[in-house]
Design a protein around this ligand. Structure first.
Ligand code: PLP
Length: 466
């Protein structure tokens, strides 16, 4: 499998190098140059496979001969042995032809574990067999950081530096990162907000000398391997409701557009999809885009679903690249305009293609709380605020009641206990294995929002310091 950049100017890479490089040199994102396709008879066979067997079938073509199949299969099995349910992604009926796909049974209680557990094994294997090392840097508003740390801890070939905004993430989220005491894990609390953290990480990647010297790697969803690993559960859910022949719809609470782009990838590979409904909170830039065809940045608002408090959805660039027939030059122009002016528009033809499959809907905090309460009263299930936004979006935009609607449950309700408590008047208990979380010792360093100081800290504390 060959990978190309959405902006057409970066070198073509194989899987191994796409995994290790993160952002493309031209500022674009890597995508496969062609989609591996499953025939309808192959897709039909998927219903007899376990989650791990299906994962191997879906992931193998993207990895190609970078890793032997037996080894890949071992990594998949080992990744999902850390999930607490026998079934990695249980499906529950919550209404007529309406389902919840629970993606939060991994070590850190959010869907990020599904991909990051695999990424931990992929990085470790490729680096060790090639005798290489990497410095992973990332910015997190909560869920990505803990999932990455849990997946990368205690791995000799990897050093992790995770930046979070000091005092601006929940206690549970912070403790899930800072109580991991391992020699290769470094938590940095930045005196600033999440955007400052993200800007620092970008500045470090754009410092080509630093980037090459420290061999920087990325674990956010600009890394293709994350999108790849998430494609699996779209096929899996469809197989479980028995609709591999008939169309099926998905409702996806969306921030960086990584999760729903995985769904779109599944469609490109042969899954029969009727609608992707993209759920947003008050930060409704995508909802407005699907209505009008213009992407216009506004201020970021804090909401009950913080992992979706985002204006620029990085992975949307991957969708545009597909819709615009892999025209990298055009993407380059569009993205430059977006960066300069804070907005861009697409033509009617492209908009119509997008509108035939993508639907958007956004909900404020009161509507989110009402949805949590409604689900609880009707089904007895507690859902987290992100999941609630997805469910509400699916309900608002569903066009055909006979088509199953699968809402993706992206976090365990106990990860956002305050929001759940505000909605239903009870706090969901943390799962047993996290019992000790609130008592454990924490380790992190507080640094000012200054890229030079952070680069020195990373140089001084990474085993890659030459
Ligand atoms: C990351 C996250 C999202 C958003 O997913 P994207 O892939 O960024 O669109 C939604 N819900 C939860 C709980 C998350 O952690």
């Amino acid at each position: 499998m060959k990978y190309i950049s959405t902006r057409g100017q970066a070198p073509i890479l194989d899987f191994e190098n796409v995994l290790l490089s993160g952002l493309a040199r031209d500022g674009g994102l890597y995508v496969p140059d062609t989609w591996p396709m499953f025939s309808s008879s192959e897709v039909k066979e998927f219903s007899s496979l376990t989650y791990n067997e299906l994962a191997l079938r879906v992931i193998q073509p993207f990895v190609g001969d970078s890793i032997e199949t037996v080894k890949l299969s071992e990594m998949i099995n080992s990744s999902y042995s850390r999930f607490t349910t026998a079934d990695t992604a249980p499906l529950k009926e919550i209404g007529k032809n309406e389902y919840l796909l629970e993606l939060f049974h991994g070590p850190t209680l959010a869907f990020k574990d599904i991909a990051l557990q695999i990424l931990g094994h992929l990085f470790d294997h490729i680096l060790r067999t090639r005798g290489k090392t990497t410095t992973i840097i990332g910015a997190t508003s909560g869920d990505t950081g803990s999932a990455a740390i849990e997946a990368m801890r205690d791995r000799d070939a990897i050093e992790v530096f995770m930046l979070h905004p000091y005092g601006r993430i929940s206690d549970v989220q912070r403790r899930q990162m800072t109580t991991v005491i391992s020699p290769n894990i470094h938590n940095i609390a930045i005196e600033g907000n999440f955007d400052d953290c993200q800007d620092l990480v970008k500045a470090m990647f754009n410092d080509k000398l630093f980037c090459d010297r420290m061999r920087l790697g990325a674990v956010n969803s600009i890394n293709w391997a994350r999108i790849m690993s998430q494609i699996v559960y779209y096929f899996y859910a469809a197989a479980k409701v028995g609709e591999l022949k008939n169309p099926i719809s998905f409702a996806v609470p969306t921030g960086n557009f990584g999760n729903v782009f995985s769904g779109y990838s599944a469609m490109c590979m042969g899954l029969n999809v009727d609608q992707f409904v993209v759920g947003s909170n008050r930060n409704d830039i995508l909802t407005r885009f699907f209505e009008t065809g213009s992407m216009t940045i506004q201020d970021v608002h804090s909401t009950l679903s913080p992992s979706m408090d985002i204006q620029v959805s990085s992975n949307f660039e991957r969708l545009l690249f597909e819709i615009l027939d892999h025209d990298g030059d055009r993407l380059q122009l569009i993205m430059n305009e977006f960066r300069k002016k804070g907005n861009f528009s697409i033509d009617n033809k492209a908009l119509e293609i997008i509108q035939s499959i993508f639907y958007g809907a956004s909900f404020d905090d009161d509507e989110t709380k009402n949805t949590i309460l409604d689900i609880f009263e009707k089904t007895g299930e507690l859902v987290d605020p992100h999941t609630a936004v997805g469910i509400a979006a699916g309900r608002a935009q569903r066009r055909e009641k006979s088509v199953p609607m699968i809402a993706l449950a992206t976090a365990h309700p106990a990860k956002f206990p305050d929001a759940v408590n505000l909605s239903v008047g009870q706090r969901p208990a943390l799962p047993k294995r996290l019992n000790q979380l609130m008592e454990k010792k924490e380790k992190f360093i507080i640094l000012p929002n200054n890229v030079n100081l952070i680069q020195s800290f990373i140089s001084d504390n990474s085993k890659i310091n030459p």
